[in-house]
Design a protein around this ligand. Structure first.
Ligand SMILES: Nc1ncnc2c1ncn2[C@@H]1O[C@H](COP(=O)(O)OP(=O)(O)OP(=O)(O)O)[C@@H](O)[C@H]1O
Ligand SMILES: [Mg+2]
Length: 233
């Protein structure tokens, strides 16, 4: 089976060397848990190492804000802008505040489909699902999300869907996206002792994959993410 490596050192070998191609994978975590960074790092490294094309659709954070953050982390968009396309729907939101809920899903799908036709990208990032759900104002969220996930699978790309969690709520998603997704990667901020917070990563599920379900410490160091065994318990 063809797989998409996450390029998180020490994590790929625990998920059978990557995410199966074509999967829709939820990356869920608290504010600041590195959801966007992990997703962008995957696109950046896939572009550099494998020459893979991708599209990152941001619905809330502006393109400039995202690019500045990623450059600071060592993932310079300008180096891969021929392969990684950032679509700023936040800007469209700002300029078109009268777009109705029906049209939002249509705008999203039109961008994703037109770029598929013109670029034939292989990986899509949706940042984030709760924002898209909020804009689309689903009346029957589970049913409409089921159709949305099927639509993503028909698009014939590997999709990373960023989700939002609060520290106090253990649900990976609000409307059943966790059951609809083919995989879930959980990013967590763990309190260690009185003052320290460590970042953690865990593969909760990954269909068609023999994977480890443990938490690992997630470290960012000099432009690379690493997952290492938790030692300070
Ligand atoms: N140059 C840097 N090197 C390492 N870490 C950084 C750097 N710049 C910012 N950070 C960390 O990255 C965090 C933000 O990462 P990121 O945007 O990927 O998180 P997120 O989970 O997507 O957040 P949000 O919930 O706001 O979308 C910051 O809160 C900060 O802790
Ligand atoms: Mg983010």
């Amino acid at each position: 089976m063809d797989r998409i490596k996450t390029f998180i050192q020490g994590f790929d070998d625990r998920i059978s060397e990557g995410i199966p191609k074509g999967h829709c994978v939820l990356i869920a975590g608290e504010p600041g848990a590195y959801k966007s960074s992990i997703a962008f790092s995957l696109l950046y490294n896939q572009a550099l190492a494998e020459g893979r094309k991708s599209v990152y659709i941001t619905l809330e954070q502006s393109r400039d804000n995202l690019a500045i953050h990623m450059k600071g982390m060592g993932f310079d968009h300008e180096k891969v802008d021929q392969l990684v396309t950032i679509v700023d729907l936040a800007l469209i939101r700002k300029n078109l505040d009268k777009v109705g809920p029906q049209s939002w899903m249509q705008i999203f799908k039109t961008y994703a489909m037109n770029l598929k036709d013109s670029l034939d990208y292989e990986i899509l990032v949706i940042d984030s699902m709760p924002v898209l759900s909020m804009l689309a104002e689903f009346k029957n969220p589970r049913q409409e999300l089921f159709h949305f996930f099927e639509w993503l699978r028909d698009l014939n790309v590997t999709t990373l869907i960023l989700g939002e969690m609060s520290a106090s709520n253990l649900d990976y998603a609000q409307c059943g996206e966790d059951f609809l997704a083919d995989g879930i990667i959980h990013l967590k901020m763990e309190r260690v002792g009185d003052v320290n917070i460590q970042r953690r990563i865990r593969c909760v599920k990954m269909r068609a994959t023999a994977h480890n379900t443990d938490y690992y410490t997630l470290i960012y160091h000099q432009g690379r993410f690493q997952a290492t065994r938790v030692i300070s318990e």
